[in-house]
Design a protein around this ligand. Structure first.
Ligand code: SF4
Length: 81
């Protein structure tokens, strides 16, 4: 878990990564969180952690909860083929 010590978000308000609702403000907040993730040196580790631990809330590894669910679903479907 020491990858967290290197996350670009460590100096940000944690609430930035947990937008509420699905309105314009929430979308704007999500994009702000993604912008932080894009410059994060541990993006891959963060995303892998979120996928492995079924983190279904918030932005992790530059992906929203919905994007991560879709990715997991896609992998499951690939394995069935
Ligand atoms: S990828 Fe985003 S949420 Fe994950 S540690 Fe980096 S900045 Fe934080």
């Amino acid at each position: 878990m020491n990858w967290r010590e290197h996350g670009a978000c460590r100096f940000e308000d944690p609430e930035l990564f947990f937008p509420l609702g699905d309105g314009v403000l929430s979308l704007r907040q999500t994009e702000q969180a993604r912008a932080v993730c894009r410059r994060c040196p541990v993006l891959r580790e963060c995303l892998a952690f979120a996928l492995r631990n079924s983190e279904y809330d918030g932005v992790w590894g530059g992906m929203t909860a919905g994007e991560r669910r879709a990715r997991v679903r896609g992998r499951s479907e690939d394995r069935r083929r």
